[in-house]
Design a protein around this ligand. Structure first.
Ligand code: NIG
Ligand code: FE
Length: 384
């Protein structure tokens, strides 16, 4: 079954060979066949297809690639958010509240919550979702989390080292996370992640777990420099991690290390919004030559938003990104952070992840913050 989208006012391809950074083609058409893009080009030259969709002059983008989310959990922490808004600081320890709720939930409840969030994301134009474990923190509970994540998410990350659970010594828990827990989880995951931060895991513990994960066939990514200016970003670069996530507090050495590496700086502005922290400085990273991705970090603690459009708007308003840079980072940047070449772009051979905006241009995502602007979405050629 093939579908042609006609009358596209602005097609964002992210093709570096086409014009500006977003590879924009005006008055365009796009054909998807099965799950992939078969053709893009001028509307006047569009081939026929089994079905057609009139974009009516609106903008068409690659689906958002949300490369950082924690979606296998139960319960919520609205009271903690309210307390923060009246002055309490965010701390890693809040994770343990969600651990208790998650452990008590049935598989079906966790699955239903995950499904609800992935659907919520898809309705807002997100077609690739990374999902981490990290609210189980026992061998069986972490195995259950990655197994359920693998049923529904595009990318699965083992984050057994999210926080040291109550009653555990940090060294003993690190050892467990790097051995038995890792072996149970590795078959269901592609990535290994650690929350390297004061109050979570120190750099030596982080290295132990990431290196064990790599030996088990997983690729590293890292929660780095979220709350303090520690060595986590440089550790991510040293291990050729696909991504260093958060990057809120960076030294010049961190920025230089990212700029001269393949490690993407994934910025999560919803977290700074929801924890009243300063926003990361995307301009500093971009000017130094680093690759920047934007993601939600959707989780019940530090940011309970699944909206990539919101991240784009905040990144433009408060992180000194242009609308084009922010849209690139939320699509192609996320794909880089997941080392994927089939998503985050619209060209023949790419996965048919298509986001029709209810707007004439990608600029409207930041220009009209808070306004729902998703008109239609296809994921791998299937209408959402
Ligand atoms: O990315 N920083 C660590 N983990 C999450 C927060 C998880 C939580 O507070 O429940 C984050 O911000
Ligand atoms: Fe996170």
């Amino acid at each position: 079954m093939s579908t042609v989208i006609t009358n596209i006012g602005e097609l964002v391809t992210n093709d570096p060979a086409v014009g500006d950074g977003l590879g924009i083609v005006r008055d365009a058409a796009l054909v998807m066949d099965g799950g992939t893009v078969a053709w893009t080009g001028p509307a006047s030259a569009a081939p026929a297809a089994d079905a057609s969709f009139d974009a009516a002059g609106r903008a068409v983008l690659p689906g958002f690639v949300d490369s950082h989310a924690h979606l296998v959990f139960a319960g919520e922490r609205a009271e903690e958010f309210a307390a923060r808004m009246s002055g309490r600081k965010y701390a890693a320890g809040g994770i343990r509240t969600t651990v208790e709720r998650t452990r008590a939930a049935s598989d079906d409840d966790l699955r239903a919550n995950l499904r609800r969030l992935i659907d919520e994301m898809a309705r807002q134009g997100t077609t690739t979702v990374e999902c981490k474990s990290g609210y189980g923190l026992t061998v069986d509970q972490e195995e259950r989390a990655v197994r359920i994540a693998a049923e529904l998410a595009d990318e699965v990350t083992y984050l057994g080292a999210h926080v040291v659970p109550a009653g555990w010594d940090a060294a003993a828990y690190t050892h467990l996370a790097a051995t038995e827990m890792l072996s149970a989880c590795a078959p269901h995951a592609r990535w290994v992640d650690v929350f390297c931060e004061e109050g979570a895991f120190d750099p030596d513990q982080t290295r132990e777990i990431l290196q064990a994960g790599m030996k088990a066939g997983l690729s590293p990514r890292l929660h780095a420099n979220q709350l303090t200016q520690g060595p986590a970003v440089r550790l991510a670069v040293e291990l050729d991690a696909a991504s260093a996530d958060h990057c809120t507090f960076l030294s010049d050495a961190d920025v230089d290390a990212l700029a001269s590496s393949r490690t993407v700086a994934t910025l999560l502005p919803g977290v700074e919004f929801s924890t009243r922290q300063p926003y990361p400085d995307a301009r500093r990273l971009l000017d130094a030559g680093a690759t920047v991705a934007l993601a939600t970090d959707c989780n019940p603690g530090s940011c309970y938003s699944s909206s990539m459009a919101f991240c784009v708007a905040v990144a433009v308003r408060d992180m000194r990104m242009t609308p084009a840079e922010a849209v690139w980072s939320a699509t192609a940047g996320g794909a880089r952070a997941l080392r994927r070449t089939d998503v985050g772009r619209l060209a023949p051979g790419a996965r048919a992840d298509v986001h029709v905006l209810d707007a004439p241009s990608h600029i409207h995502l930041a220009y009209r913050p808070g306004v729902p602007q998703t008109a239609a979405v296809w994921k791998a050629g299937c209408r959402v």
